[in-house]
Structures are given as structure tokens and as C-alpha cells.
Write a protein that binds this ligand. Structure first.
Ligand SMILES: Cc1cc2nc3c(=O)[nH]c(=O)nc-3n(C[C@H](O)[C@H](O)[C@H](O)COP(=O)(O)OP(=O)(O)OC[C@H]3O[C@@H](n4cnc5c(N)ncnc54)[C@H](O)[C@@H]3O)c2cc1C
Length: 391
């Protein structure tokens, strides 16, 4: 497949939650958009999928919550935190903006956003990798290079190149995005799927040195995750990941281990060894980063998809404005919330807590999310207007 045009207002590298959302919002505002994704349409990603309140709020206001429910994603109405033998259940008080929490499989979430973006007029090239980024004689990024028919290099120009290409971002590398902050810790997450009863809730389990999650999702399944510090993963999981995961689950909750043992027939074990969080410079001349390409925090607080959706909306405002001040404001806005999210996530992912202190660390994370929700609710939604892009 080759692109329909040789020039776009925006070319987006990577088309999952950050890239597809940005494509949808920019196309909705009238821009010509091409999103290029190495993987297949509707493919899975190495990620669990528990959405927190900010992600749900945005999906509701983008009109995507109902399609996700219609796709069989169960509504989650409570979250129970298990701290050793004690537990605290937090109800979600449903409202029009927040009907409940959901944890759609990435095969469902990413495809739903891509479909919505296509309806708005964005063009997608799946199964296509961006091989390079090119700039003009002044160093301003002008577009991307892909492989066209017969593997011949093909250049597509754009007023702005958006790197939504995840942790190993080619755009960040090619454009020399500086690392502004580096997290100190990382955790490993090992997961598989097992049957869940209808109406099941989120469950989060914590004991010194280990954690687990129970995340109800599509197809009557729950994603059951064992989480340990990366060093422990290297030490204990190398020989037999399946057994090591079951040992962690059994230590946290024998009932959870029993559920995990009823694994779905086609559920293979997936493992993420962990990467310390980071904040990268978000923009430069002709390029900008969104999602994990610019900001990564450990998955233990299940906030990456919320971050990606939130930043795609503020990035859309910056691109529509087009001024360098707007891109600067985009980075400032991102960092004002990303910094505290990184800090409070590392405070959990570092596993340097006790059963006496972990609850307070969760309260700190929750307070950051409360501020984020207030800001999101107050934010102006990108209007359907097309402003000249900076050239
Ligand atoms: C184990 C694990 C569990 C997680 N659990 C949760 C959770 O429960 N809740 C939550 O909110 N977050 C979770 N996260 C975080 C979440 O997965 C990420 O924050 C989110 O996927 C970021 O979205 P993104 O679109 O920025 O990047 P990605 O989802 O990584 O997508 C980037 C895309 O870019 C494509 N790409 C890369 N390079 C190129 C190229 N050169 N050309 C074309 N395409 C390219 C890739 O194929 C990829 O599909 C988890 C992460 C991990 C690792």
C-alpha cells in the first residue's frame, strides 16, 4: 500500500492509542492526516489495558465509550485494593461523564480509535514501517521515508511529523529528543488471561516485594498480572516464568492463583521486563512526540493509556494553533502532570514500601489523578477549525 497523497498537514508515526487518537482529533478538525503503523490493523500490543478515570472521561467525550461497550467490554464499578490480609473497596460513583471504568483489550481499543479516525477522514497505512525521518537544509523536519512498491524508498512530506511510536521511538532518536527526566526504578509484569465472572471488578494486590492485578476485559476473560521488581524477575523468572508467576499469585492470594490456573485455552504468557520511566523533550522544528514516545511511567499504576489520550488532545490544540509558543505550552502542560505521575508511580514501582506505607503512596497517586481529572474537565476541546500550520 502507498499513501494517497505526497504531502499531508500531519504524518503520524505509530497508530495505537496516542497516534490513532491524535489522527482522529486532527482529522476531525479538518487537517489532512496520514498515520503509519508497522503492525497490522486490530493487532494486540504488549500491554494490559486497565483504564483509569482520565482515559474513560476522554473516550466518553470523543463518542467512543459506547462503541467499546457495544464491542462487549464489561463495565467495572468498583476497585478493591488488597494490602496483605486487609482490603479496601472503592466504588466508582457513575455519572454521565464517567459511567464506569473499562479495560478493553488493545485489539478492541486501538481498532475502535482507528475506525473513528478513518470516519473523520484520516488515512492509515498498517503493516508499514517508517524507515527514516528527513529534514531540510535548515534542519527542520519535513517528512518521513517508507518503503513503497517493490521496496523502493518513498518520501512523504508533512507540515508536522508526530512521533507516536512508543518506547523505542524512531522519531525521538532521529530528532535527537533530549531526556529531560529519568525514573529510577522499574518493575516486571507477567500476565495471561483466564475466565472471569460477569460483573467482576478491578482487584489490586500488594505485599512487600510483589503485586498482582485482576483486570476484567472482553470475551468473558480477566487479565491476571504478577508484578515484581525487575531484579527479582531476572533472578527468579528466568528458569520457569509460568511457575514463578503462579508462585507470586499464590503468595498474594490463593484464590487468585486458582483463577489464574484456569487459563483461557489460547492464552499465552506475556512478559515485560520493565523500563525505568522517562520524560523526553516533546517537540522541535517540524516534529513532536506524544504517548510513550515522549513520556513513559511504569505500568504499575495503569496510567499510560490515560496519558496518551490526554496528551493527544493537548497536542491537537498545539498543532491547530501552529505557533512555537503553542508547542512550548504543550510540553509545559504535559510535564506539569507527567512529572507528578512519574514520581508517584515510581513511589509504588520501586517496591521500597511496607504494608504500612503503600496505602499512603496510592493516596498520593490518586491525588495527582484528581488534579488531572479537574484539568481535563476544564480543558477546551479542540474546535473543528483549521489554522495555518507553522512552516
Ligand atoms: C506490560 C505493560 C502493561 C501495561 N498496562 C497498562 C494498563 O493496564 N493501563 C494503561 O493505561 N497503560 C498500560 N500500559 C502502558 C500502555 O501500554 C502505553 O502507555 C500505551 O500503549 C502508549 O501508547 P502509544 O500509542 O504511545 O504507544 P504504543 O502503544 O507503544 O504504540 C506505538 C506504536 O508505534 C508503532 N511503531 C513504532 N515504530 C514504528 C515505525 N518506525 N514505523 C511505524 N510504526 C512504528 C509500533 O508498532 C506501535 O504499535 C502498559 C504497558 C506495558 C508495557
Amino acid at each position: 500500500m502507498i499513501p494517497a497523497r505526497s504531502h499531508y498537514d500531519a504524518v503520524i508515526v505509530g497508530a495505537r492509542c496516542a497516534g490513532a487518537s491524535t489522527a482522529m482529533l486532527l482529522a476531525r478538525a479538518g487537517l489532512s492526516v496520514l498515520a503509519i503503523e508497522r503492525k497490522a490493523y486490530g493487532s494486540d500490543a504488549l500491554s494490559t489495558h486497565a483504564l483509569m478515570r482520565p482515559a474513560v472521561l476522554q473516550l466518553v467525550r470523543w463518542g467512543l465509550f459506547k462503541p467499546l461497550i457495544d464491542a462487549g467490554t464489561p463495565l467495572i464499578e468498583t476497585a478493591t485494593f488488597h494490602y496483605g490480609a486487609s482490603e479496601t473497596t472503592i466504588p466508582l460513583y457513575a455519572s454521565a461523564d464517567l459511567p464506569g471504568l473499562i479495560a478493553p483489550r488493545r485489539t478492541v481499543l486501538d481498532r475502535t480509535i482507528v475506525d473513528a479516525a478513518r470516519q473523520e477522514g484520516a488515512e492509515f497505512l498498517h503493516n508499514t514501517a517508517v524507515a527514516d525521518i528527513f529534514a531540510d537544509a535548515h534542519g527542520r523536519v519535513r517528512g518521513v521515508e517508507i518503503r513503497g512498491i517493490g521496496n523502493v524508498p518513498l518520501r512523504v512530506t508533512a507540515d508536522i511529523v508526530v512521533g507516536a511510536d512508543g518506547i523505542g521511538s524512531l522519531v525521538a532518536k532521529c530528532c535527537g529528543a533530549q531526556v529531560l527526566r529519568q525514573g529510577r526504578v522499574s518493575a516486571a509484569h507477567v500476565f495471561a488471561y483466564a475466565p472471569a465472572i460477569p460483573g467482576a471488578s478491578y482487584h489490586w494486590y500488594f505485599q512487600p516485594g510483589m503485586a498482582a492485578s485482576f483486570i476484567p476485559t472482553n470475551d468473558g476473560l480477566a487479565c491476571i498480572v504478577a508484578t515484581v521488581p525487575t531484579a527479582l524477575f531476572d533472578d527468579r523468572f528466568r528458569a520457569n516464568r509460568d511457575q514463578a508467576r503462579m508462585d507470586v499469585l499464590a503468595a498474594l492470594s490463593p484464590e487468585l492463583a486458582t483463577q489464574a490456573a484456569r487459563a483461557a485455552p489460547d492464552s499465552r504468557l506475556q512478559a515485560f521486563r520493565g523500563v525505568p520511566g522517562y520524560l523526553r523533550q516533546a517537540h522541535g522544528d517540524g516534529w513532536v512526540l506524544v504517548g510513550d514516545a515522549g513520556f513513559f511511567r511504569d505500568p504499575i499504576t495503569s496510567h499510560g493509556i490515560s496519558d496518551a489520550l490526554r496528551d493527544s488532545e493537548s497536542l491537537t490544540r498545539a498543532i491547530l494553533d501552529g505557533s512555537s509558543a503553542a508547542f512550548k505550552a504543550y510540553q509545559q502542560e504535559r510535564d506539569a502532570i507527567a512529572g507528578p505521575i512519574l514520581d508517584t508511580t515510581d513511589a509504588v514501582a520501586g517496591f521500597d514500601w511496607t504494608l504500612g506505607s503503600i496505602e499512603e503512596r496510592h493516596r498520593r497517586f490518586s491525588a495527582v489523578m484528581k488534579t488531572e481529572m479537574a484539568q481535563l474537565s476544564a480543558a477546551e476541546f479542540p474546535e473543528a477549525r483549521k489554522l495555518a500550520l507553522a512552516s
